[in-house]
Design a protein around this ligand. Structure first.
Ligand SMILES: *Cc1c(COP(=O)(O)O)cnc(C)c1O
Length: 374
């Protein structure tokens, strides 16, 4: 069967991005966990990260980690999403490290590790403003003391995560707070911590400006390797490839219609009341994928004359009036941001193809952009 949409993934450009970002980090004494969760367990994408030399892999879902382990990946594996107590045995068996913030889970991890005759390494997460996972800094002394009593665990570091729920920017200030927390924990433990894990792609702008606090020695990077961009500005970063994910689909209808709907307007299937601007008659095209296969907010037609008007489950409606003449059956290409690429990888209706040629799309390598990031 001919699938209606095809997702091209450029693995060579991905490996090159992983290499470049790893070099940036390693040159500053920072280890990098390549965050592969957006690949939804795809082993070819994970391989591209390891080809780029990342120090370890990281994922938030045990299902993905299980797939990667079964496919033979042996890299050190970090679990990003705090496990629940019931997941302890899989975590200890398949992950080398995990991020944690709850004593009940830590106790379960310790007990399982003891049963299996292993030790499990944990990074304790500290909440520094984004209000997702992590304990408040004031609770560190007590938590650290309790973890010291858990014989199956090695407390190897502390970390934080920013910019995910609260949208809080990673700064010298909040990473400075993390370093202070780490140093107090080190005093308590009377030893140094192996990892001070300063966050996600949102920490790279600071790194590139050489403003990242000296003691940060671990970052967890997905977005910037996959997208080649600064997560705050969505602008390309010099030396990285962008446009690694391209969705292609055929036009199934092209008709001139009024831009305004006609009749009583009610709520659509996704709970929204649609709103349109009256631009008179327009050439409208439909391609054969929809909300099930993509994320409209991060879907960008390659042809700048093509405008996305909206989508339902299986139909994407475009305004083609300002673009070159298209015909039914022509294939349109779209650049995918993070959300759209994840949705495309997840959709069983989208066929994935892998490109192994770094030069496949020369236009998307950004050499000219200066290496400043704001
Ligand atoms: C997803 C995630 C990351 C990676 O974030 P990117 O913005 O993709 O670099 C890092 N840490 C944690 C805890 C995460 O959940």
């Amino acid at each position: 069967m001919n699938p209606s949409a095809r997702l091209d993934i450029n693995l060579q450009q991905l490996a090159d991005n992983a290499r470049t970002v790893t070099d940036w980090c390693n040159q500053s004494g920072i280890e990098i966990a390549g965050v592969v969760k957006a690949a939804c367990g795809d082993v070819r994408i994970a391989h591209a990260f390891t080809e780029g030399g990342v120090d370890m892999l990281a994922d938030s879902r045990l299902e993905n980690i299980d797939r990667l382990r079964r496919a033979g990946l042996q890299q050190p594996m970090l679990l990003l999403r705090s496990p629940s107590p019931s997941q302890a045995s899989q975590v200890v068996e398949q992950c080398d490290l995990s991020l944690n913030s709850e004593l009940a889970s830590l106790r379960a991890l310790s007990a399982t590790a003891e049963q299996l005759g292993k030790r499990h390494a944990v990074i304790l997460m500290v909440e520094l403003g984004d209000r997702r996972e992590g304990i408040l800094p004031g609770r560190l002394p007590d938590m650290v003391a309790r973890i010291q009593d858990l014989p199956g665990l090695d407390l190897v570091g502390i970390g934080t995560n920013l910019g995910c729920i609260g949208g809080v920017r990673t700064t010298e200030y909040n990473l400075g707070q993390l370093v202070q927390c780490a140093e107090r924990v080190e005093q308590q433990l009377q030893r140094s911590l192996r990892y001070i894990s300063g966050g996600n792609s949102g920490a790279l702008p600071l790194l590139l400006q050489q403003r990242i606090p000296e003691r940060i020695n671990h970052l967890r990077i997905g977005f910037t390797i996959l997208q080649g961009k600064n997560p705050f500005t969505d602008q390309p970063l010099s030396g990285l490839n962008t446009g690694l994910f391209t969705l292609n689909a055929e036009l199934i209808e092209i008709q001139t219609k009024a831009s305004m709907p006609e009749g009583d307007i009610v709520v659509d299937a996704f709970g929204h009341v649609p709103q349109f601007e009256d631009r008179g008659d327009r050439i409208r095209g439909i391609v054969g994928f929809g909300r099930l296969d993509t994320d409209l907010a991060t879907l960008l037609p390659r042809d700048p004359g093509v405008e996305v008007l909206g989508a339902s489950s299986d139909h994407l409606v475009l305004d083609l009036t300002e673009s070159r003449p298209w015909r039914v059956g022509d294939s349109l290409s779209f650049d995918l941001g993070y959300g759209a690429s994840v949705q495309g990888i997840l959709s069983p209706y989208v066929r994935k193809t892998f490109i192994h040629d770094a030069q496949a799309d020369r236009g998307h390598r950004h050499r000219a952009v200066p290496r400043s990031v704001e």
